[in-house]
Design a protein around this ligand. Structure first.
Ligand code: 7MF
Ligand code: ZN
Length: 880
């Protein structure tokens, strides 16, 4: 375990490395508990180093964690103990020459490595995860992204492991004298250690090829266990689409002759972009119509895209230090979002992304771990793979795109890749390339990288009928965040349109433009529009043009009008969300003050006309019919009254279901047809709407309607329909209907890892009373494994993050349960423990006893004993 009071790393302390590594030669002899690693590093003094000019050479500092050092030699001679020191997390070596060859032998234990960082075993297969600082668990090395080296890797393994993979091209494969297999890989591109990968196992492969725009043929391979070999088609199709898209939209071609993807069951994250050898959580790559839902198919397409796009945004141009993480992640999330938008429905993709941002990222920005897109400090970098760095970071890149336009943005990205190819750079370098390619000044815009918190825009307006002018006044502010009390104004692109009484967009200038991007740069600013005959209705922040909250005193009528008429599909959805939010606020208030609850009839009418609108994309209709989630409502409340939120939302859902039963049933019947399954946007949209209707219908609890779910469950030919029906049964049917369905589902799918995960998640997120007890029982089920992050996320994470109702039960047992699990997990997998604890870190926002109970649960984690650095950082920062 690490120190109790770990040190903090600051961006301002960054210094260039003292030494560079020109080449890295690695040799592995794989054994479950006794893997031998030999490394041979060609090292040279960094000409750009900032330390110790003159004669004395600074010591060589190498990172190393959980390693057993066997030997150390320089230029072929053993280094005596007097010339190096073992540090708590590395080595300090006395250096005599500015250039030398360092050879290290060390031993590691992949089998007992439950942290899933470094080299470990997953179902008998060796694999690695090195980002951010996992390579130091493999061998001693300057494990920092600004040290880039050419890697050659030899793997020697017993014959049970016929597939031995690493980055780049295979240059050697033979049997050793003692009958083991030996394979050597050479990566021609210099890379930081975090992009290193090694895989060894008995794997099958699916092969295809892609011809790049310049006519080079690339071999594409997906490796997986034999039983999953038929689940690779969709990922392969997605990969080829992504490769083509990056050529067409960014002019970026793939650069090696081979691109490999491996599916792994035990993985801390979604996937990893290791050069030429992406490693994926099997949940993010394997799919078949019978076993995967539409959501999974879409997730796979976007994650395969994301990891592939990293080859340029991350690998060819990488990060100088981990404070720059959003340089590669924000940019790559923006790229994968645009890819998905081009492959599917743009508006629906935007709605999904903004929903995530508003619920989870806004909450992070308003909570104890709030940090800028480019953090100033960290204790443990793994804790900063956050929604702020990824999703808000992508929004920041999107704003640059909005400010420069598609062509200007492309000029900027071309210049960025051209200038920095093969280098480790900063967010500043990215912005500078955007500026220089376009001749613009983004000085003020840079504050998006350095200031945390979600800005608020308060908008008011006035119409001068005599002159036909309309004035929009925008005031911006940003709440204080840890370490940042006062904020300077942001540069905010505010996309607006003005609607006339007929619901059409009004021209905003003589050219007839109907949408403008206002440049909000001051604390308070007024924008005028002329030549208007009547007071228009503003459509603000179209397409969610900036990651801010907008306050404007819309009336119910105005929101209904926008919902029906706005030409911006995103804002039509958003108007509906605002309307529902207002109605739910009123219900919460009525509940607290002991009044009878009644749903606004206008809301019911609005939902009815959305449901009956056959012109809209059915996927958009489904989004518009969904009430804001309890998490969203909580995030938008000043103080969270969990009970009132739950009661209000349940009531509204029930009232809508009751009032719209006939229309929902019509819509369900219309869409309930037997088509062969295709994971294409149009079909996904219809299934989404159909299953939204089914869920509402089951809310009524009526036997005939639950029978629809039962029938769908029994007859479904694809997992989307089957899982949706089962979810409705689990949430709304009584035990004698739900239990047998759950049992038969498990019976049928128990051999399928991905479906079992879905089955676990669907139970842990059930809103029924008693779910906590059911979750405790599930943890005793043979399908549960505390050392498998997917299982932990399905059962414990599902309960804590996606089951607002039961997690927030009034007795606080939900919080106690989470604290208990976090403590146990910290001993196995600190990264997972630190992520899992999040739901109880926001205790300050909760009202009454519940907030106190949450605080107590968090305290119990702190007092449980020695915590990992990961968990300590999150818990200690959340207790103050
Ligand atoms: C899509 O970013 C969006 C985000 C780090 C691991 C994958 O490629 C990655 C890795 C974390 C959290 C989210 C994602 C990833 C990681 C991710 C994946 C797909 N470099 Br941690
Ligand atoms: Zn990424």
């Amino acid at each position: 375990m690490k120190d109790a009071q770990p040190r903090t790393v600051y961006l301002k302390d960054y210094r260039a490395p003292d030494y560079l590594v020109d080449s890295t030669r690695l040799h592995f002899e794989l054994q479950p508990q006794d893997t031998l690693v030999k490394s041979r590093l060609q090292i040279r003094r960094n000409p750009a180093a900032e330390t110790a000019p003159g004669e004395a050479l600074p010591p060589l500092l190498l990172d190393g964690v959980d390693l057993e050092l066997l030997s150390l030699s320089i230029d072929g001679e053993l280094v005596p103990a007097s010339r190096y020191r073992e540090l708590p997390e590395g080595l300090s070596i006395h250096v005599k020459n500015p250039e030398f060859v360092l050879e290290i032998h060390n031993r590691i234990n992949p089998k007992d490595n439950t942290s899933l960082e470094g080299l470990y075993l997953s179902n008998g297969m060796y694999c690695t995860q090195c980002e951010a600082e996992g390579f130091r668990k493999i061998t001693y090395y300057p494990d920092r992204p600004d040290v880039m080296s050419r890697f050659t890797t030899t793997i020697v393994a017993p014959r049970q492991y016929p597939v031995l993979l690493s980055n780049g091209n295979q240059i050697e494969r033979r049997t050793t004298e003692d009958g083991r297999l030996l394979v050597t890989w050479e990566d021609p591109f210099a890379k930081p250690a975090y992009l290193f990968a090694l895989v060894a196992g008995e794997l099958q492969t699916v092969e295809d090829s892609f011809t790049t725009v310049s006519g080079r043929e690339v071999k594409l391979q997906i490796f997986t266990e034999a039983k999953n070999i038929r689940k690779c088609d969709h990922a392969m199709r997605s990969l080829k689409k992504a490769m083509r898209w990056d050529e067409e939209v960014y002019g970026r071609e793939y650069d090696l002759d081979i691109f490999m993807v491996v599916a792994v069951d035990h993985f801390n994250m979604g996937a990893m972009e290791n050069k030429g050898l992406n490693i994926f959580n099997s949940a993010c790559v394997l799919a078949s119509p019978e076993t995967a839902t539409d959501a999974t198919f879409q997730r796979i397409e976007s994650i395969v895209g994301h990891e592939y796009f990293h080859n340029w945004s991350g690998n060819r141009v990488t990060c100088r230090d981990w404070f720059q993480l959003s340089l590669k992640e924000g940019f790559t999330v923006f790229r994968d979002a645009e890819f998905s938008a081009d492959m599917n429905s743009r508006a629906v993709k935007r709605i999904e992304d903004v929903s995530l941002l508003r619920t989870a990222q806004f909450a992070e920005d308003g909570g104890p771990m709030a940090h800028p897109v480019r953090p100033d400090s960290y204790m443990e970098i793994s804790n900063f793979y956050t929604l702020t760095v990824y999703e808000k970071g992508a929004e920041v890149v999107r704003m640059i795109h909005t400010l420069l336009g598609t062509e200007g943005f492309r000029k900027g990205s071309d210049l960025y890749f051209q200038r920095h190819d093969g280098c480790a750079v900063t967010c500043e370098d990215f912005i500078a390339a955007m500026e220089d390619a376009n001749g613009v000044d983004l000085t003020q815009f840079r504050r998006w990288y350095s200031q945390a918190g979600t800005p608020v825009l308060e908008v008011s307006d006035a119409f001068d009928a005599a002159h036909g002018t309309y004035a929009l006044t925008v005031r911006q502010s940003c709440p204080a965040t840890p370490g940042q009390d006062k904020k300077l104004p942001f540069h905010i692109p505010l996309a607006v349109g003005l609607l006339g009484a007929d619901g059409r967009d009004l021209p905003l200038d003589p050219q007839g433009t109907t949408q403008k991007v206002l440049q909000v740069t001051e604390t308070e600013q007024t924008f005028s529009f002329t030549g208007l005959k009547e007071k228009p209705l503003p459509s603000l922040l179209r397409g969610f043009s900036a990651p801010v909250r907008v306050r404007y005193g819309y009336s119910t009528e105005q929101l209904l009008f926008l919902m029906r008429n706005d030409s911006d599909e995103f804002n039509r959805w958003d108007a509906g969300q605002r309307l529902a939010f207002m109605a739910l606020e009123q219900l919460q208030k009525d509940y607290r003050e002991g009044r009878d609850l009644q749903l606004q009839p206008q809301l019911v009418d609005a939902y009815r006309s959305v449901l009956q609108n056959r012109e809209l994309d059915p996927a958009l209709v489904a989004e518009m019919l969904a009430l804001p989630s309890a998490q969203t409502l909580a995030e938008q409340s000043e103080r969270i009254d969990a009970e009132a939120i739950i009661v209000a939302r349940e009531f509204a859902r029930g009232a809508l279901a009751e009032a719209l039963k006939g229309e929902l049933l019509d819509c369900y019947r219309r869409l309930d047809c037997d088509k062969p399954y295709r994971p294409e946007a149009a079909d996904i949209a219809e299934r989404s709407l159909k299953n939204t209707c089914l869920a509402y219908l089951c809310v009524t609890g009526e036997a005939e309607l639950l029978a629809l779910a039962q029938a769908q469950f029994e007859n479904a030919a694809n997992m989307t329909d089957s899982a949706a029906a089962l979810t409705s049964l689990v949430n709304h049917a009584d035990d004698d209907m739900a239990k047998p369905a759950l049992e038969s589902f498990y019976e049928r799918w128990q051999q399928d890892t991905q479906v079992v995960e879905l089955w676990l998640g669907l139970q842990s997120t059930s809103a029924r009373r008693g779910t906590l007890e059911a979750v405790r029982e599930l943890m005793q089920h043979p399908a549960f494994e505390l050392t498998n992050p997917n299982r932990v996320r399905a059962v414990i994470g599902g309960f804590a993050n996606r089951n607002f109702t039961q997690f927030h039960r009034a007795d606080g047992r939900g919080f106690e349960f989470l604290a208990e699990q976090v403590i146990a997990l910290d001993k196995l997998n600190p990264q997972i423990a630190a992520r899992l604890v999040t739901p109880i870190t926001r205790w300050k926002k909760y009202t009454g006893e519940l907030g106190k109970k949450m605080h107590r649960a968090l305290q119990s984690v702190m007092e449980s004993g020695k915590l990992s650095r990961d968990l300590y950082e999150v818990v200690s920062k959340s207790l103050v």
